[in-house]
Write a protein that binds this ligand. Structure first.
Ligand SMILES: Nc1ncnc2c1ncn2[C@@H]1O[C@H](COP(=O)(O)OP(=O)(O)OP(=O)(O)O)[C@@H](O)[C@H]1O
Length: 602
């Protein structure tokens, strides 16, 4: 099975080769992102090495103070060594502090830069991917990639990595200082390290399982929350609140239990490490004390080794925690690298043909089309639409009307045959020209956050305010916009800026009017409007469709009357094709539909 891109993302039964492929992919991504910061990384490493070194000399200076500086004063009134020890201690502490500050700032800069570029790349790339990808890879998963996945990488970079590097260096330097000062105490510490490592391994293994459980229970909880709230209308309509409460309660309880189990292993691990530390300090003090009494060890060295032993175990928990953060961050990076590996299924041509001013002729030449997941939706379509014609598509649900429209907008490419605009195969057409020539107005008439004017201006970003108003007037939207609290500057998401579904349609018509494409595809909204709104929308439509090629997926038969030509579709084939009057006269399927509609009106 393939693990390319997002395929197999939800599987947890990867073979060794597949896991390796995924690991390599995310490592490649990491290297690409980190490469521009090589110089800063080297500098940051230098800072942390020197600061950890400076942080470790303190106890050694104390040993020097006690064993050398104090006797010098007592024996010969020589205060110099004590001054050296005091100043040395202060200087090392200040140097360690300043370098630590520089290290923290510098490493934070790197992690911010890495996150920033990852975030941007992910956004750019996801946006560029074709509709086919988005129709399969749900928005919930895209959101998870941009939020929780990036956050777990951020956590690792911000805290985990810092602690790991600093902690390991600190332990290494402390261990070396210990061996240099007093090899016997160093040996005690080395022996104590064995149970500490065993305990840490046990903790890590348990924690891996338990942290995975907290992540998946939390994801289940969030998914349920999002699903319920996005489907709030259905929840209200079917009164499912109580059942949802129970379901959500179960998920919260699972999450609580998972957290509880995590806390209980911390309850064993942390005191365990403290106890190992305490026992090793006691042993060092006991063995050292005996040697001090026997005159084999200086008292200052004993104190220093005890201090070293105490600080030796401090970073170990941070290091253990790093590996947990690392696991979730690397899983996140693997998923993100999968999304970034996806290629647009509708690629831009490498040598695009330019089409400065499209006239709007559309040809389907022997087109066969099937979605990646299924059988032929359009088995064989030969359709020619001259420039300027208004074509209405009617037919049963699932007949392939939207699919035909998606091919004209080049959201998909045909499986066989070609779709041409003014004789040019769409696959060869420059993206920019295609987007200018063909505009699709979808059913939901989506409004982005921003003002009414900004929403209309999406059709042509450089349009002036006069042109925006002109477009609104042309489609009959000016009157209601002017009545909004701030007119064209009303925020569509704020109170008072809420617009009705008919008004929403008029705004999307104004947007399309401003874009002024040669070909307009319109997926008519299914929601029925009241009669005055419907009349308004019909009038707006007539203005919008004048002088351009139009393909309307007609859900309202009233719309069909303004079409030059009607195509009746069934199972991906055009079964009737002609002007509305011709089809009514022919007495076929359309005539039947039309009769039923006429009768429903009276
Ligand atoms: N993204 C997709 N992936 C796989 N199959 C799809 C996809 N979109 C549509 N289909 C299938 O293609 C067929 C045609 O769908 P299409 O949406 O073109 O029909 P339609 O005529 O527009 O229907 P409706 O009037 O209900 O919108 C259907 O059988 C549908 O299940």
């Amino acid at each position: 099975m393939s693990v390319h891109g997002v395929t197999g993302e939800d599987r947890d039964d990867y073979t060794k080769g597949e896991s390796r492929e995924i690991r390599l992919r995310s490592r490649r991504l990491l290297l690409q992102i980190v490469r521009p910061h090589r110089a800063r990384i080297a500098w940051t490493m230098l800072l942390v090495v020197v600061s950890a070194g400076a942080g470790v000399v303190g106890p050694a200076i104390i040993a020097y103070g006690i064993d050398t500086a104090l006797p010098a004063i007592l024996d010969g009134q020589d205060w110099m060594p004590l001054w050296v020890a005091t100043i040395g201690y202060v200087v090392s502490a200040v140097v360690a502090g300043v370098l630590m500050y520089a290290y923290t700032v510098s490493s934070a800069r790197i992690s911010q830069a890495v996150l920033f570029s990852l975030r941007r790349r992910l956004f750019d790339h996801t946006q560029r991917l074709s509709l086919e990808f988005h129709e399969q890879y749900t928005s919930g998963r895209i959101i998870a990639r941009q939020t929780s996945d990036l956050e777990s990488i951020r956590d690792l970079l911000d805290q985990g990595l810092n602690e790991l590097v600093r902690g390991i260096l600190f332990m290494a330097f402390t261990g070396v200082a210990m061996v240099l000062l007093d090899p016997i105490s160093g040996l005690v510490l080395a022996i104590a390290l064995v149970p500490a490592i065993l305990l840490t391994r046990w903790f890590q293994q348990r924690a891996t399982v338990l942290f995975r459980e907290t992540r998946s229970t939390s994801a289940r909880m969030i998914v349920y929350f999002v699903e319920t709230m996005t489907g709030i209308r259905a929840v209200k309509a079917f009164r499912t609140e109580a059942r949802n409460d129970d379901e959500f309660g179960d998920r919260v309880e699972d999450y609580r239990l998972a957290n509880h189990r995590v806390i209980s292993i911390f309850g064993i691990y942390e005191p365990g490490i403290v106890a190992i530390g305490a026992i090793s300090i006691a042993t060092i003090v006991l063995l050292g004390g005996i040697r001090v009494i026997e005159g084999d060890l200086a008292i200052g060295v004993l104190l220093a080794t005890a201090l070293y032993a105490r600080q030796f175990f401090q970073p170990i928990q941070g290091v253990a925690m790093f590996f947990n953060g690392y696991q979730s961050a690397s899983a996140a990076l693997e998923k993100i690298s999968g999304v970034l590996e996806e290629e647009p299924t509708v690629p831009e041509p490498t040598q695009p043909q330019r089409l400065e001013a499209s006239r709007g002729r559309i040809d389907f030449d022997e087109v066969r089309f099937a979605y990646a997941t299924g059988a032929d939706v359009l088995p064989s379509l030969d359709l020619h639409i001259p420039a300027g014609q208004t074509v209405a598509l009617v037919g049963t649900t699932g007949a392939g009307k939207s699919t035909l429209a998606k091919l004209v907008s080049r959201f998909y490419d045909p499986t066989e045959g070609a779709v041409r605009l003014d004789g040019i195969d769409m696959r060869d057409l420059a993206n920019e020209d295609l987007r200018r020539a063909v505009v699709m107005v979808t059913q939901e008439a989506y409004l982005f956050s921003g003002t009414v004017a900004e929403n209309i201006a999406l059709g042509r970003p450089q349009a002036s305010r006069e042109e925006i108003e002109g477009a609104a007037r042309a489609v009959g939207a000016h009157a209601f916009i002017a009545a909004l609290p701030d007119g064209y500057d009303t925020d569509v998401n704020k109170r008072g800026g809420r617009v009705s579904s008919g008004q929403r349609q008029l705004l999307s018509f104004a947007r399309a009017f401003l874009a002024d494409p040669a070909v307009l595809i319109l997926d008519e909204a299914t929601a029925s409007l009241d009669i005055p709104s419907e009349r308004l929308v019909q009038q707006a439509l007539q203005t919008l469709l004048a002088d351009r090629t139009a393909i309307i997926i007609a859900h309202r038969l009233s719309t069909v009357s303004i079409a030059d030509r009607v195509l009746v579709m069934e199972h991906g084939r055009v079964i009737e094709d002609g002007s509305p009057a011709e089809l009514i006269a022919a007495g076929g399927k359309f005539a039947g539909l039309h009769r039923a509609w006429r009768e429903s009106l009276v």
